[in-house]
Design a protein around this ligand. Sequence first.
Ligand code: PMP
Length: 344
Amino acid sequence: MREDLKVYDNVLQLVGNTPLIHLNKITSGFKGDYHAKVEAFNPGHSSKDRIALYIIEEAERKGILKPGDTIIETTSGNTGFSIAMVSIIKGYECILAVSSKSSKDKIDMLRTMGAKVYVCPANVPADDPRSYYEVAKRLHSEIKASVYINQYFNNLNIDAHFNSTGPEIWKQTEGKITHLVACSGTGGTISGTARYLKSKNPEIRILGIDAFGSVLKKYHETREFDKDEIYPYRIEGLGKNLIPTATDFDVIDQFMKVSDEDAAHTARELARTEGIFAGYTSGAAMQGLKQYAEEGEFDENSRVVVLFPDHGSRYMSKIYSDDWMNEQGFFDAKNELSTQDIEI
Ligand code: PMP
């Protein structure tokens, strides 16, 4: 790569090294200083580029993957897109087993990126042979030269962020960061970043974001799996109905739950106030930060980094659609995107 001319050999050289952007308006009145780590600047528009590239290159280093081999995962979301992107450049087959609940747009996007997509029935238990988990496992056992990424139960997910997101934030803040605010889904982002930052300064506070309807916060507090915490919610990619081993609960200091509605409004507010067009979980992270601020977490000396996992374009038919917001009963005049249709 010609660093001086910013000419790259392929898109993968653009994974990571995302910018830290000062938050100017949305945090007005809060004590301290606030920056967002905007992961939409990755070529696949999300933090998942980091884990796709890292896990695949680890498999290459260990001699497990050769060109032409197959990479398997169960996701229709960001991870699927990132694995498909890495597979194209490196010459692997990419198979994604997805639920029939996935939108047609998402499936089309993955196919556009060269993935072979198996659409599996959504309404069967996880251990049913037709479920996307079971289909992925079966394909992995049948296709000898294959790697199953299994992001919720793969420690390399943590390592990917320990080796990239953590060092980047440490360097970008010149070691002055005092708090990290990040969502937890698989837990890879928050755990890996936290492990690195705490290895540099154990005093840094790691503040997780969870969804109402997910078990993570309760598990963090009690180390017990409480199935009563589980109910449907709308934010995708945040929270979970099981305990992922890719989450290191010991490096997270606290969890905060955010509602679907607050997260949606705050994502829209981010666009209007900061010009940052980010995804639903970015709205959740920002909303969680506000709630932490209300609880008195920050003071004048706080140097806070909040991580925004992906780009807003993937949510046009959801939080950025007035119709969808209305259907959810989420609308209020303050947050209207276009307040009036102007007749010409
Ligand atoms: N936001 C989005 C949009 C995601 O897809 C994910 C991944 N599930 C997360 C946040 C959470 O990141 P992690 O899996 O590293 O905890």
